[in-house]
Design a protein around this ligand. Structure first.
Ligand code: ACO
Length: 360
């Protein structure tokens, strides 16, 4: 019997993919560019290297690679996609959207396509929107991509920021599922009062591009790192605990936590405050640095392909970013491990029968 048209339905991830550019920028390379050291970068951030897009390679190129891999892992074709959401701070151009360019590159002709501008929290926000669209039957198959070519807006003469960021893309495909599976709860927050702690001052309608803004290097990221650090830890902790509560879960139920990869010290502080062991926390910041909205879907794809998730596991995502924005989500994993991968055993218990609507 087919479901009633108004029956509530859930949303889950049915495919994952990632792509990072080939070029590696090491700490040793950065030592030749600014007054820094491999030791300082590793001790203060945990980063050893990051990927940098090739000349001529833009966000839509990275995104299209990740999208094709996600569709392949879902066993779907571009024609199956009816929504493309791209979370990015570094679209190819201000107009048209990066998502429309991706749509054309992958040939997803049926899809509505648009960008979401929520900095590093973009992917978590995207999960919330996809959950709502699928639940309300506005969409059936959503391609959600987090992509950045931050190297294009990083000032490689500013040691405070240039050591932190990298380029990459991660993608997932979402479809409907039983309401007590897939995305169980999502929290989304922002505070525009904190807009100045992380910004690109010029190039928008407030301060359009002129030769003076270029001269002043105002098209690059400016950040108050010391202000961001405590906010990052506190906001991820609060929103993660909020999502767990909404989902009727506790930290002990979480088999895998995938936090935004901004700084290993932030990840360590978060994991200590919420009381989860490092073996249940994903970290790849040593290899990619901070890839903003791409960091969670890249980490997720690596975890899936390494067999760290099996159906029935609970996975949590948490992020913070410029805006300021922050948010978390918890989901009961439904994707079988890829062929040839045996899911790693995780020791925690799971809770059955918990049903919560997104944001309920
Ligand atoms: N190499 C060597 N020295 C450096 C470097 C560098 N690359 N960068 C800064 N320093 C110096 C500073 O100038 C300062 O020197 P001073 O004491 O003489 O003034 C000293 O190191 C210590 O600086 P702090 O800012 O106190 O260093 P801290 O331990 O806070 O680390 C960092 C800086 C890594 C930026 C940290 O504050 C951080 O990670 N903050 C959060 C940043 C973040 O997450 N940003 C992204 C958020 S949103 C998004 O993901 C887009």
């Amino acid at each position: 019997m087919s479901p009633r048209p108004d029956a509530v339905r859930g949303a889950t991830i049915v495919g994952t993919g990632m792509y990072v550019p080939a070029r590696v920028l090491t700490n040793a390379d950065l030592e030749t560019m600014v007054d820094t050291s491999d030791q300082w970068i590793r001790e203060r951030t945990g980063i050893a290297e990051r990927r940098i897009a090739a000349p001529g390679e833009a966000s839509s190129d990275l995104a299209a690679h990740a999208a094709r891999r996600a569709m392949e892992s879902a066993g779907l074709t571009p024609n199956d996609i009816d929504h493309i959401m791209v979370a990015t701070t570094t679209p190819d151009r201000i107009l048209p959207s990066c998502a429309c360019t991706v749509q054309s590159k992958i040939g997803a002709r049926r899809a509505a396509a648009y960008d979401m501008f929520a900095a590093c929290t973009g992917f978590v926000y995207g999960l919330g929107l996809a959950r709502g669209l699928i639940g309300a039957r506005v969409a059936d198959t959503v391609l959600l991509i987090g992509v950045e070519t931050l190297s294009r807006i990083v000032d490689y003469s500013d040691r405070n920021t240039c050591v932190l960021f990298g380029d990459g893309a991660g993608a997932v495909v979402l479809r409907s599922c039983a309401v007590d599976e897939g995305l169980l709860a999502i929290t989304m927050h922002s505070d525009g009062e904190l807009g100045d702690v992380l910004e690109v001052p010029a190039g928008g309608s407030r301060c359009p591009a002129t030769s003076d803004t270029v001269e002043a290097r105002d098209h690059f990221i400016k950040m108050h790192g010391r202000k961001v650090f405590p906010f990052a830890v506190r906001s991820m902790e609060e929103s993660l605990l909020g999502a767990l509560e909404l989902g009727g879960l506790s930290m002990a139920d979480i088999d895998l936590l995938i936090p935004h990869q901004a700084n290993q010290r932030i990840i360590d502080a978060l994991q200590e405050r919420v009381g989860i062991g490092a073996e249940r926390v994903v970290s790849n910041i040593d290899r990619y640095g901070n890839t903003s909205s791409a960091s969670i879907p890249i980490s997720l794809d690596e975890a899936v392909r390494a067999g760290r998730l099996k159906p029935g596991d609970c996975v949590a995502f948490t992020a913070f970013g410029g805006g300021a924005t922050w948010g978390s989500s918890v989901m009961r994993w439904t994707m079988p491990a890829p062929l040839g991968v045996h899911a790693a055993a995780h020791g925690s218990a799971s809770v059955d029968g918990v049903v919560r609507k997104v944001g309920a």
